[in-house]
Design a protein around this ligand. Structure first.
Ligand SMILES: Cc1cc2nc3c(=O)[nH]c(=O)nc-3n(C[C@H](O)[C@H](O)[C@H](O)COP(=O)(O)OP(=O)(O)OC[C@H]3O[C@@H](n4cnc5c(N)ncnc54)[C@H](O)[C@@H]3O)c2cc1C
Length: 475
């Protein structure tokens, strides 16, 4: 097969890689992208988008089930609904197909050449791609590694049979009767809540003393309360130990009467009956299996070490996205990808972002941007905090969404906003306003002085800033 030579080669077409390639193409750079699976990577195929589709379907199902139970204060009553999960999954797959073919079309429009297959480094400027029709060698002046990440497997709970990762959880054809979720981080809780709403009996096993432990307790309290309302049992300070199957017990085999073995917080052994055990204990960067050892890049722990331009320790090789570290989020990968394309085109760019907002699409949703109160206090200066509860927000009341709040953290001396957090129904959409405020260097007066449309939950943001200034109007 004839060798390909190009200016820029991108390995991996997840959100980091495909955005990098599209932007490079727009800038007239001769670009090739290699992808072993489908365009869109983890995010479009088995991550952000399919999980949000499942969460939406679960919310709708729970809403109508609630109404059918005669418990709706809205005065709506219905016959009990039924669910065809296979149909839900087919709907979700159709969304993925639309998006992945959309990405393929955008790459084509930007004149990026796509090579389908697994890439392996031969040296710092050459990769060999195993395609359906043979080995394709590609030489490039500059290479971007955007290989992403994979779910972490527990050695005593290997994936297979009843033990599943988020990927399998998003493709189940029936709702498991009993679901054990190992790991109470955002992925475990998003999926655990969705399956509970779809009718599964869910138990979350978390080794730390709290779920969503990277967020402060005030912020996660409404989520913890809702977990209890949904009947989700949460075992904190508990360690998963392995799988116990009755009958054909064995590694990764589904057996009648499967159970998760757990050491509870008081040191006792317990069995959590489970038809499926979803392991969501984190993700690891994909740094193996593609000849990275040939080029011996510096590492930062398990990640590839990068500088503020996403350059690795080898000249001409950049790395972006999950393979480069936390936060492992699609929008960080995209922003890095865009920046690297512009650097390759000769633009003066470096990483100067003030915040990477993070969202847990739990119920209620949770958003953080910038510094938490604790992180802001650790800077040493005095800070001001303004918190506005949705219980005092008209729009939230009309949506039965009074649980939660918006919280603004600012410097006390000049009122520069350092961080913004919110928890509540639908607050994910407020993340745009939070990110913009931090990026523009807003002060409390800027937010308080901006007219926010009424009635919206966004008014909670304005009121939180007013509260920090000492003159909130509606609390
Ligand atoms: C269940 C779940 C829910 C999530 N929800 C969210 C969310 O709501 N918001 C959010 O921001 N993030 C979310 N994430 C995280 C998000 O998916 C990742 O941060 C994002 O996909 C990282 O993008 P990336 O480009 O670095 O890598 P990836 O998306 O992982 O893409 C890497 C691509 O590289 C390809 N590849 C790897 N090695 C090779 C090779 N040698 N040759 C050829 N191709 C190769 C892979 O096939 C893959 O397609 C979620 C993840 C999961 C699992």
């Amino acid at each position: 097969m004839k060798e390909i030579s190009c200016k820029l080669l991108v390995i991996g077409a997840g959100p980091g890689g495909y955005v990098c390639a599209i932007r490079a193409g727009q800038l007239g750079i001769d670009t090739v992208i290699v992808e072993a699976g489908r365009p869109g990577g983890t995010c479009l195929n088995v991550g952000c988008i399919p999980s949000k589709a499942l969460i939406h379907a679960a919310e709708e199902f729970e809403k109508v089930s609630h109404m059918a139970g005669g418990k709706s204060p809205l005065g709506i009553s219905l016959a009990p609904p039924s669910l065809d999960l296979a149909k839900t999954v087919a709907w979700k797959d159709a969304i993925i197909s639309r998006l992945t073919s959309g990405v393929a079309g955008l790459l084509k429009k930007a004149k990026v050449k796509t090579v389908q297959g697994w890439a392996t480094f031969r040296d710092g400027k050459t990769v060999a791609v195993e395609t359906e029709t043979g080995t394709q060698v590609i030489r490039a002046e500059t290479v971007v590694i955007a290989t992403g990440s994979a779910p972490v497997e527990l050695p005593f709970l290997p994936f297979g049979g009843p033990v599943i990762s988020s990927t399998e959880a998003l493709a189940l054809s029936a709702v498991p009767g009993k679901l054990a979720v190992v790991g109470g981080g955002y992925i475990g809780l998003e999926l655990g809540i969705a399956f509970a709403k779809l009718g599964a009996e869910v138990t979350v096993v978390e080794a730390l003393p709290r779920v969503l432990a990277q967020y402060d307790a005030e912020l996660t309290r409404p989520v913890v309360k809702r977990l209890a309302e949904l009947g989700i049992e949460v075992l904190t300070g508990a360690k998963a130990k392995g799988l116990a199957s009755e009958g054909q017990a064995g590694k990764g085999q589904a057996g009648k009467g499967d159970a998760l073995l757990v050491e509870t917080s008081d040191g006792k052994n317990a069995r959590v009956a489970a038809d499926k055990i979803l392991v969501t204990v984190g993700r690891k960067p994909l740094t193996e299996g593609f000849g990275l050892e040939q080029i011996d890049l510096d590492r930062a722990g398990k990640f590839i070490r990068i500088d503020d331009q996403c350059r690795t320790s080898m000249r001409g090789i950049f790395a972006i996205g999950d393979v480069t570290g936390e936060p492992m989020l699609a929008h960080r990968a995209m922003a890095q990808g865009e920046m690297v394309a512009e650097i390759v085109a000769g633009h003066k760019r470096s990483w100067d972002k003030r915040s990477i907002p993070a969202i847990c699409f739990t119920d209620p949703e949770l958003v953080t941007a910038g510094l938490s109160p604790e992180e802001a206090k650790a800077l040493g200066g005095e800070i001001k905090i303004g918190l506005f509860p949705f219980a005092a927000n008209g729009r939230a009341m009309t949506k039965l969404g009074e649980e939660g709040f918006v919280r603004v953290v600012a410097r006390a001396d000049n009122h520069l906003v350092l961080g913004i957090q919110a928890v509540g129904q639908g607050v994910s959409e407020l993340s745009a306003a939070f990110g913009l405020a931090l990026e523009m260097g807003a002060r409390l007066e800027d937010i308080a002085g901006t007219i926010h449309a009424h009635p919206t939950q966004g008014e909670g943001f304005q009121e939180a800033a007013l509260k920090a200034l000492g003159h909130a109007l509606h609390v």
